[in-house]
Design a protein around this ligand. Structure first.
Ligand code: 5GP
Length: 115
């Protein structure tokens, strides 16, 4: 399997369906299929970077765009009382889909530290 073949790349290509909440030329955001909070949105770059550790200086502007869009998506989801942003990186980080993604979660009190 190449990084092009993850479920997230299939969602970008509309080969599998998703509840999309935001899209522009660089990023796509959709509801997580197994939400861990009342609001749980996945935000991805369309560029198939497998994980954060694979981002390069070439991705500088894209990474900034991604984080600013996380803020926008959270606001548009009504998370005015706060939210959590998580990037799982690699096996020990709990990553299961190897297309870089940001979890945006809210709508309940988050605990710290996470498991
Ligand atoms: P990770 O564990 O890699 O950080 O997070 C992957 C996330 O993608 C999980 O929260 C999982 O529920 C979500 N996910 C996996 N497959 C699909 C899918 O086909 N559609 C959607 N909407 N979310 C998915």
């Amino acid at each position: 399997m190449t990084d092009q073949d993850t479920v997230f790349s299939k969602i970008i290509r509309r080969e599998i369906s998703a509840d999309i909440v935001y899209e522009d030329e660089l990023v796509l955001a959709f509801k997580d299929i197994a939400p861990q909070a009342p609001v749980h949105i996945i935000l991805i770059p369309k560029k198939p970077i497998p994980k954060l550790a694979d981002a390069t200086p070439e991705d500088h502007a894209l990474m900034g765009h991604l984080l600013l869009k996380a803020k926008q998506v959270a606001a548009e989801a009504g998370l005015d009382n706060g939210f959590r942003v998580v990037i799982n990186n690699g096996p020990d980080g709990g990553q299961t889909v190897f297309h870089l993604h940001v979890h945006i979660m809210g709508g309940r009190q988050m605990q710290w530290p996470p498991g």
